[in-house]
Design a protein around this ligand. Sequence first.
Ligand code: RFL
Ligand code: PHB
Length: 392
Amino acid sequence: MIIKTQVGIVGAGPAGLLLSHLLHRRGIESVILESRSRSYVEHRIRAGVLEHASVKLLVDSGVGQRLLSEGMEHRGIQLRFNRRRHLLDFRALVGRTITIYGQQEVVKDLIAARLQEGGQILFEVNDVRLEDLVTGDPSVRFVRDGKEMVLRCQIVAGCDGFHGVCRSSIPAGAFKVFEREYPFAWLGILAEAAPASSELIYSYDERGFALFSMRSPRITRLYLQVQPDEDLANWPDDRVWDELQVRLQCDDGWRLNEGPVLEKSLTTMRSYVIEPMQYGSLFLAGDAAHIVPPTGAKGMNLALADVYVLSEAIAEYLKFNKREGLEGYSNRCLRRVWRAEHFSWWMTSMLHRFADEDAFQHRLQLSQLEYIVNSPLAAASLAENYTGFPLE
Ligand code: RFL
Ligand code: PHB
């Protein structure tokens, strides 16, 4: 069976869904192909921090209602080291804030909006293959309910995340990869416990990094730096809580609230960028093109920023036959991507314990942290990057 549309989108994560929504608002049709079920993508626990510009983009495009009522606006974050807390007040430093709102909530809002407006999302498709990417007449083949299907379109958007198939459809030699792996992973838990702090806490401790975050007034989200090959079986809930209490402790006696653990997972840490983010009629966006370690809270925000640029470029091409936007897409996105790559690498390097770390390295990290909490100029640089740059 053949389906025709203007833009074929692979992946119903934040990138694919927002792209389809923004295109619809510009009068352009698309179809999304997603390998997982609707329920799976709506319950996948991932990011939680929305930059200032991401909130504005979602609100301005009409999908910000629940975000505005349930999202938790934060004026800053805490840095902890040497058992002391230091508030970085982003609003005072750079006049911008961030909002805590789970990625799966963004995904739910976008799916609801797409379906309500007659958008097509085909869930649980298999064996997605891209064809004829350089002929100007691309297609996407896939299997649905055991039947072979073809999606014919003018543009293919590869929004299928880091482990998707779109990036690997580009022939070797047509791209360059820049990457870095880190010698640790994050163990994350979601717990039914009231957040014990009103700000996120990034803690640099002798025993490793810990992060305190939240999802709602009843749900706490926490992360611990662990070995890259760590086995979750070694981390029963009691051990996780004990380690979190130690790494997040503070001289003023602050303690975490504990509660039932609802989810536990491991995340590897990697930086990765492919250049260019385009091949023929295929345009990559979000994690399909680049990933960052989560320490800077940038991944979802980059995904949203990419498709903002892409939706504008596709609309100019399909409506007015102007190709400049599409031709400049990769370069335009990569400027923001590399800023986020640097910031995420820098936050990661400053806040984690490295296995081969010597005393010199440790002193440098402490000195950098001291500098940030004592110099308004250094703090403003962190705040500017963390809250994010405006969308051009
Ligand atoms: P996604 O969300 O991975 O969506 C890709 C979709 O494509 C589907 N798919 C396919 N569909 C069809 N055919 C195939 N062959 C397919 N292969 C895959 C997948 O099922 C999926 O639905 O990519 P997208 O849209 O680019 O979004 C990127 C974000 O998900 C990611 O960058 C963030 O989650 C990263 N991240 C964070 N980002 C932030 O901005 N702020 C944060 O606070 C933050 N914290 C985090 C994070 C990521 C984490 N993990 C688990 C990696 C914290 C963690 C722990
Ligand atoms: C989260 O709430 O999941 C979160 C917050 C900040 C980060 C990473 C993840 O840097």
